[in-house]
Design a protein around this ligand. Structure first.
Ligand code: GH3
Ligand code: MG
Ligand code: MG
Ligand code: MG
Length: 302
């Protein structure tokens, strides 16, 4: 069975005709989990709670018709991106245009032809699956598999606002590999890439608390988001990742601070407030990183 037709897909059928719900459930029973609602109001509720992959939406319903349900789904941040296929008895160009203008991805005409229903639903589930895969891919750095800078920038914005609301501290660790230019010059760029991957993996393995996020910030720099830490836990974390990278024992003869690859870490911690921004947190971590480098590398500074 293709990945997009799986137990991970769910299809919500919204129709005021219980016989139609039965029929569609039977036609689509192998396409994923089937959810149903026999009114627009109930459909909105189920869509919000279950976030289905796809909605089959009857046009003619009372008191709330399919167009109104569609509009409300689109207005709600939680349900905005769920694909909708209208099911309509009104054939004709105007009705087709009205369905697509309302924000549906497609429409199916009654009386239902099971093979047509299956073909259309299959097509849309495949598209939904493919775009979800692309979205995941776009969050990642190709070399290390860590989250990339773009994803981190969005995540820190969200986290900063959340912690500001709750008046809880946000910790940042900025990590930079020591003398990495020398490493490339000595061992070559391909060995450099392998070392970068190993450091990335060590950082990921050492970063275990829920809500923490490791990203490649650029080049040979990494950044870690550490929500709700206190200064002593943050300092322990700084030491832990320095030790973890040293323990990889990747030889680095051209380093001035050790015979192996090491990192320097800048740490910052603050309770977000109205006059500060994520950028300030990063800048503070960057200044701490500068101090870690200046005072000999292979260490953290807070
Ligand atoms: P410092 O201890 O002061 O950080 O010295 P450094 O040599 O690490 O600092 P610098 O910023 O001068 O050099 C960073 C090097 O990282 C230069 C660049 O060639 C290397 N680098 C950045 N991205 C990659 C990458 O994707 N692969 C490899 N192999 N090297 C990279
Ligand atoms: Mg109806
Ligand atoms: Mg650097
Ligand atoms: Mg460096």
């Amino acid at each position: 069975m293709p990945a997009f037709l799986s137990k991970h897909s769910s299809i919500l059928i919204i129709d005021d005709d219980i016989n139609l719900i039965r029929m569609l459930s039977e036609i689509l029973k192998d396409f994923g989990r089937i959810l149903f609602a026999n009114s627009g109001e109930m459909g909105l509720e189920v869509a919000r709670q279950q976030k289905p992959s796809l909605i089959l939406l009857d046009v003619a319903m009372t008191p709330m018709d399919g167009y109104e349900v569609c509009r409300r789904l689109r207005d709600d941040e939680v349900t905005r991106n769920i694909a909708i296929i209208f099911v309509t008895a009104n054939t004709g160009m105007d009705s087709e245009i009205a369905c697509l203008d309302a924000g549906a991805v497609d429409f199916i005409c009654k009386p239902l032809n099971p093979l047509v229903v299956q073909a259309r639903v299959r097509t849309h589930l495949r598209l939904i699956h493919d775009s979800a895969s692309l979205e995941l891919l776009a969050q990642r750095d190709a070399l290390t598999g860590l989250y990339n800078r773009g994803y981190f920038d969005k995540a820190i914005d969200v986290e900063f606002k959340r912690l500001q609301r709750h008046q809880l501290p946000l910790g940042i660790a900025l990590v930079d590999i020591d003398h990495f230019k020398n490493y490339n010059d000595t061992y070559g760029h391909i060995a450099g890439d392998i070392a970068l991957r190993a450091v990335a993996e060590a950082l990921q393995l050492a970063t275990k608390r829920p809500g923490e996020l490791v990203a490649r910030y650029g080049g040979e720099e990494f950044v870690v988001l550490l929500p709700q830490v206190d200064a002593s836990v943050l300092a322990q974390y700084g030491q832990l990742i320095c030790d973890a990278v040293r323990a990889l024992q990747i030889p680095h003869q051209a380093s001035s601070c050790a015979a192996h690859i090491t990192i320097s870490v800048g740490l910052s911690i603050e309770i977000p407030h109205a006059e500060s921004s994520p950028k300030d947190c990063i800048e503070r971590a960057d200044r701490a990183l500068y101090h870690a480098k200046e005072s000999g590398r292979n260490r953290y500074h807070i």
